[in-house]
Write a protein that binds this ligand. Sequence first.
Ligand code: DMJ
Length: 461
Amino acid sequence: MMEHAWHNYKLYAWGKNELRPLSQRPHSGSIFGSYDLGATIVDGLDTLYIMGLQKEYKEGRDWIERRFSLDNISAELSVFETNIRFVGGMLTLYAFTGDPMYKEKAQHVADKLLPAFQTPTGIPYALVNTKTGMAKNYGWASGGSSILSEFGTLHLEFAYLSDITGNPLYRERVQTIRQVLKEIEKPKGLYPNFLNPKTGKWGQQHMSLGALGDSYYEYLLKAWLQSGQTDEEAREMFDDAMLAIIDKMVRVSPNGLTYVSDLKFDRLEHKMDHLACFSGGLFALGAATRQNHHTDKYMEVGKGITNTCHESYIRTPTQLGPEAFRFSEAAEARALRSQEKYYILRPETFESYFVLWRLTHDQKYRDWGWQAVQALEKHCRTPHGYCGLRNVYQQEPQKDDVQQSFFLAETLKYLYLLFSDDSVLPLDEWVFNTEAHPLPIKGANIYYRKAAVTLPASNAS
Ligand code: DMJ
């Protein structure tokens, strides 16, 4: 599957961001802006490396060395997307290979994002122009706010970048974000999805473990793991947040399906995004890495959510899950609105199968993964790459003509690892960023590659 996705990208979209498999041409625009940043190359390269596809890996490496640069372009980039895909991808490749080219490129990209952090609170804006450094938030985000899942998903990459370059500035930037979030008053112990970077005040009181919230919670647990379990502050913030979520947002349907609702102005919206399906693995990882009186509850919720996400898949004729699904008198784990019935090759459910498989060795997770592989082959594979589906509830759904870069970075990587031995990227040595780029764990992984010399702390505030 990876070879098919890569070879067709190479044939029809090499150096562009993504492939349109039906039209056999590049997919430009979208979250990467209109420049040719080779998103599929940078995002997919560590997957090729893990799979031992050396020839393809070398083609990608050479392209990055010769062509990848954000200099002399005036792109308006998403700080979050650029960090998780480009900085994250380069950092993993550096850890894997020790090739200094990747460290330089990771730093080059991160440096282009730094102007976004020049705000009164240090909470970064969402978008930054690579030429002018002008930064701003999305017009649609509540009252000029930045978004929790975006500014809260920088910690792993920036902390690691400081350690391998010896420059403390990157860690200082994410530490500032951490302090703001630690000290701010949290309504009922929960984090709203919107925070104004100028005033430091919350925007709309919407909470979610799906879109706009998701990976913030993921990075709390993973910052603690990445630090070799020394960053206690992160683990405490994770436990506080997840216990509040269990109490206020996790529910069990009349037929026994565990799900995590969104919360909007104190009202539960009994809907779960596909994006929130990663949290099955997250709860389980939280349980497996610390024994205390929450352990059993975390594991129960983690398994329950993963089971529900699997149900959302097998309740469709395609056996692939919708973008969001609801719980009501009429239906459980089913999309009800037409705009939530699509599937865009997302990885989150398979990510949870992979983590649960590693932690429990219950064969059902491999079986579920295999069902998904067959469904992807049947419905998403085309002669020239893989596409998403417009409606998973149709027998023969229309395809969307986009091969997402995260299909190579995450979906195929998690499925591959689900069927690999535990010794391939063991979970006590590697922690996956939110785009499935594995980063080494300090003190436990010989590939950490910390810089020999650390510069003095910067005087940045
Ligand atoms: C990926 O870019 C990342 O997993 C992100 O955290 C959420 N969305 C996509 C995949 O669905």
